[in-house]
Design a protein around this ligand. Sequence first.
Ligand SMILES: Cc1cc2nc3c(=O)[nH]c(=O)nc-3n(C[C@H](O)[C@H](O)[C@H](O)COP(=O)(O)OP(=O)(O)OC[C@H]3O[C@@H](n4cnc5c(N)ncnc54)[C@H](O)[C@@H]3O)c2cc1C
Length: 399
Amino acid sequence: MGVIDLTDVVVVGGGIAGLSVAWRAAAAGHRVVVADPSPGSGATHAAAGMLAPVSEVTYTEEPLLRLGLASLELWPSFAAELSEESGLDVDHRADGTLDVAFGADDLAALDELADFMRKLSLPVERLTGRECRRAEPMLAPSVRGGLLAAGDAWVDPRRVTAALLAALPRRGAAVVRERVTGLSVERGAARGVRLADGRVLAAERVVLAAGAWSGSLEGFPPEVAPPVRPVKGQIMRLRGAPGFLGRCVRGVVHGSSAYLVPRGDGEIVLGATQEEMGFDTRVTAGGLWELLRDARELVPGVTELEVSGLSAGLRPGTPDNLPVLGATAMEGLLLASGHHRGGVLLAPLTAGLLAAELDGTLAGDPSAYGRAAAVCSPLRFHQAPAAHGSGNGTTAHHR
Ligand SMILES: Cc1cc2nc3c(=O)[nH]c(=O)nc-3n(C[C@H](O)[C@H](O)[C@H](O)COP(=O)(O)OP(=O)(O)OC[C@H]3O[C@@H](n4cnc5c(N)ncnc54)[C@H](O)[C@@H]3O)c2cc1C
């Protein structure tokens, strides 16, 4: 069994979380290796890419809102730096979200939400039905009003992944296309990972960023594995003409939230279902019917567009809907997971927080990273670990 040279950090999982962490850590001077058999193929591949903390606010999730707003602020420089370094555009657009309502009940709910948002000092503007249609001529004539969150933005997550994969080697970071099958533990501390091909990637620190798989990864101690579960989302891509929509449009249709996201190249993304189906990534007829039915209510013209893609992804959900970021109770093991519906939005915050933790500058940090670390600590779910691998060598823990 070969041992690959000792590196500083090995990141398990090359979705947007792991790749962003790797990029920022490498930029800070750490030697980084990412291990993933298929980087960018998880939830990130399916995601719509909305950076929409304001229009996605809920009455009970103010801590999540604060994280989202902090990360939204980081996105313009994150996108600009990444594009510059990779030479690839990530389609970052900050043209806002229009949340629309149809019936009297919907309107009342929208007004209540607008009051709540104003109390939180969130910048939103209430529009009449006519103003909504003036802003977005493709909207259904039955739209009675809307709420414009002008600061909301979006990116194309597939482009972000491609840009991160292009930027990493320029920072000296490597990507190993192998599945991780276990944690290498020495004297109770994480000191690398085992790969499916039998090699060991030795490292000073391990960042577990395997999305929905983080909670049940083979060979990781259950005491420090995050309580992450897969939440399935199906999504559809349509080919429209550029300018079909000018901003993200969303609304509650048939009791569930539906949205349309326009990309710079004319693609329109319709999302998304939310299903508790375990590790099932089948695209189903029922899921697609639901997406089209709801999107047609918002923007009837979508039925004229060509279908260009169907996918399903697994969001990494946690019991409190907040991510798990930073040091665990096991020395050397850090988490960057549990981002549920907001992993794209939260990527710059996640990357900066983990880079600060790896640099040893996070404790007492008064910035957004320090505040986020307090809210997202993995320790909130776990007590002190039992001793693991008390001798030297590699230990496997199956769960
Ligand atoms: C339909 C849908 C729409 C969404 N829309 C949005 C949105 O608009 N805005 C937003 O912010 N978020 C959105 N999300 C959520 C977002 O996609 C996730 O929060 C985010 O992609 C999670 O990123 P990740 O890197 O943690 O996980 P993933 O992207 O799932 O990456 C995990 C990686 O781990 C790898 N892996 C798994 N097991 C192993 C192993 N044993 N060894 C090595 N590697 C392993 C996988 O191959 C994968 O590449 C959406 C999600 C879905 C499903």
